[in-house]
Design a protein around this ligand. Structure first.
Ligand SMILES: O=C(CO)COP(=O)(O)O
Length: 263
């Protein structure tokens, strides 16, 4: 983490919690996290689509300092795309972020870098910050090719974007072998790839842009390991799955990223 970049803790709920459970969790989370921490950390929740309107109502109604986003969006803005969700709809609902290219979508829905790029552009068109995910599988990690793999995935997912556009994205490095497995990458492993990502951003954009982009780590992050991970120079926060489904755990983890304990 560098002092020039505010850490971001994003809770990706995946396909968990209905809209009523979402309201309860957001209220508990906001209650647990003192307002002063939001000066030091951005905290966002990423619920399923069907929860977003309810989350918006709570956040707006109670003037909460946390933000929210979506887990995916269409590369298209409108039209005959049954089942897809437009970035325009997400913008209308006040989404700050949208996750793009999560490994579960790359794997289960065969999303290529080209598809991810289309979605990243759609998010930018609608003024939503894309959290562009990259990450290697176990075989790549064991072959020692993980840095090259992630840099290639990054370049493919951002191909042709201007430096200004790149300055508006968040990158999330999530090694697939660490997702939901309890097998967290070491802080040094996270730093190695995040530093390489930043160097690649400098190459495809410029140094100043690369220095400003937030790069998150994701994969079995919890309140016990988050301090070490966000303590790394090039790691600016975390994309959290399982540990974001419990308000106490997620509040504790967010407070640690802000540099302090819960009261
Ligand atoms: O995929 C993740 C967040 O997007 C990580 O999930 P876990 O924190 O459950 O490993």
């Amino acid at each position: 983490m560098s002092s020039s970049r505010k850490p971001l803790i994003a809770g990706n709920w995946k396909m968990n919690l209905n809209h009523l459970e979402a309201i309860a969790l957001v209220q508990k989370l906001a209650f647990a996290l003192p307002a002063k921490y939001f000066e030091k950390v951005d905290v966002t929740v990423i619920p399923p689509f069907t929860d977003i309107r309810s989350v918006q109502t709570v956040v707006d109604g109670d003037k909460l300092l946390l933000t929210y986003g979506a887990q995916d969006l269409s590369a298209h803005d409108s039209g005959a795309y049954t089942g897809e969700i437009s970035g325009a709809f997400l913008a209308k609902l006040g989404c700050t972020f949208v996750v793009v290219g999560h490994s579960e979508r790359r794997t289960l829905h065969a999303e290529t870098d080209e598809v991810v790029l289309g979605k990243t552009k759609a998010a930018l068109r609608h003024g939503i910050t894309p959290i562009v995910c990259i990450g290697e599988g176990l075989e790549v990690r064991e072959s020692g090719e993980h840095v090259a793999f992630n840099v290639a995935q990054l370049k493919g997912s951002l191909a042709g974007l201007t430096a200004e556009e790149i300055g508006k994205v968040v990158i999330a490095y999530e090694p697939v072998w660490a997702i939901g497995t309890g097998r967290v990458a070491s802080a040094a492993d996270a730093q190695e790839v995040c530093a390489a990502v930043r160097a690649a951003l400098a190459e495809i954009a410029d140094e100043a842009t690369a220095a400003s982009v937030r790069i998150l780590y994701g994969g079995s992050v919890n309140s016990k390991n988050v301090g070490d991970i966000v303590g790394q120079t090039d790691v600016d926060g975390a994309l959290v799955g399982g540990a974001s489904l419990k308000s106490d755990e997620f509040a504790t983890l967010s407070a640690i990223a802000a540099g302090g304990p819960l009261p």
